[in-house]
Ligand binder design. Structure first.
Ligand code: PLP
Length: 381
């Protein structure tokens, strides 16, 4: 089955009780048993819920996985992956990652004896040098947030395999419509379903997709044992979202390209990052592992003072100033003071995240209107 068909049908059949074509919201905590232990496959909604189960199958199909697991947030999904580790185990992670992931690594799991090493994942020697006999997990985000670097998933998967470590890819920025890391050798895919999978800025959720049965069973055990599950209403909303994922991603990519080209031609803009621009250092690699370049565009002003960025941020009307990304509406943000405030300034500078760097989540409105909005904000005196 092709992607668009899977998006609409995978994991879903008409409701056996009523024929309802849409998976009902099974808003229930428990299930009546005919006799002790004799039930219809569901006992308690932390362990399993039919609405959540439908979404888990749907996301697994979209990621070319065999198993899907949904959580109360993206961070809860990352938390579950880290709980497969033991004190003394080490993680090698990219150094340009979501601020909340960095915070969970360095301020929560480091207290439980897990060691984190952050490296530029574009530098494969640096990745190899950071690996030792204790390394159990490689953590990759690509395209990275917010600098949109492209990490070579095939190469990192090979390095992980040589080291006997697991590779988890945070696929939030690309979505499975544009990139399927399991097909490239990753062991686990993680999503903040809050973003493109949900797609309508109305739900917070996380997901994991896994090929291997043993690893999936381990993570499903943690999902139930730790209990950070999502509710059935949220599962319903994301199921509605994934049905149009392929169409939305196409529109996000087209609009992002137009916006990136406009910014590149504007006199106040110093540099533009979008993997689809031929000058982007990861352009060829993106072409080889992605089916499109995504809806995120990052740019830095020639005037690298925070005040210059604030002036632009407060001058847009269609682009709303907000954290998050991946919804149908366009958002504008200032990573240094918003999403990435928990990352030290020196670390930010290392990846090119400057004081005037602005991140756009380009929505699916008309591109002409979006460009006019940005032009007005940039030209504001
Ligand atoms: C938002 C985000 C997360 C965290 O997900 P939540 O749903 O907010 O918990 C992780 N990684 C990336 C790339 C994100 O954008």
């Amino acid at each position: 089955m092709k992607f668009a068909t899977k998006a609409i049908h995978a994991g879903q059949q008409a409701d056996p009780a009523t024929g309802a074509i849409m998976t009902p919201i099974y808003q229930t905590s428990t299930y009546v048993q005919e006799a002790p232990g004799k039930h219809k496959g569901y006992e308690y909604s932390r362990t399993g819920n039919p609405t959540r189960r439908a979404l888990e199958h749907n996301i697994a199909a979209l990621e070319s996985a065999n198993y899907g697991l949904c959580f109360g947030s993206g961070l809860a999904a990352i938390d579950a992956v880290l709980k497969t580790l033991r004190p003394g185990d080490e993680v090698v992670s990219g150094n340009d990652i979501y601020g909340g992931t960095y915070r969970l690594f360095t301020q929560v799991f480091s207290h439980y004896g897990i060691v984190f090493r952050f490296v530029d994942m574009q530098d494969h020697d640096a990745v190899r040098n950071a690996i030792n006999g204790h390394t159990k997990l490689l953590w990759v985000e690509t395209p990275t947030n917010p600098m949109l670097q492209i990490i070579d998933i095939r190469q990192i998967a090979m390095i992980a395999r040589e080291a006997g470590a697991m590779l988890c890819v945070d696929n939030t920025f690309a979505s499975p419509a544009l990139q399927r890391p399991l097909e490239l050798g990753a062991d686990v895919v993680m999503h903040s379903a809050t973003k493109y999978l949900g797609g309508h800025s109305d739900v917070v959720m996380g997901a994991l997709a896994i090929k291997d049965a043993e690893l999936a069973a381990k993570l499903a055990f943690i999902q139930n044992a730790s209990g950070a599950v999502c509710g059935p209403m949220d599962a319903f909303l994301v199921l509605r979202g994934t049905k149009t994922l392929h169409l939305r991603m196409k529109a996000h990519c087209e609009n992002a390209e137009k916006v990136a080209r406009f910014l590149g031609s504007h006199a106040s803009v110093g540099s533009v990052r979008w993997p689809g621009l031929p000058g982007h250092p990861g352009h060829e690699l993106a072409k080889s592992q992605m089916d499109g370049f995504g809806g995120m565009v990052t740019f830095t002003l020639k005037d690298d003072r925070q005040e210059a960025a604030i002036k632009v941020l407060s001058g847009t009307h269609l682009f709303s100033l907000a954290e998050s990304l991946g919804g149908v509406e366009s958002l504008i943000g200032h990573p240094a003071s918003m999403t990435h405030a928990s990352i030290p300034r020196q670390e930010r500078w290392k990846v090119g995240l400057m004081d005037s760097t602005i991140r756009l989540s380009v929505g699916i409105e008309d591109a002409d209107d979006l460009i006019e909005d940005l032009a007005k904000a940039l030209d504001r005196k």
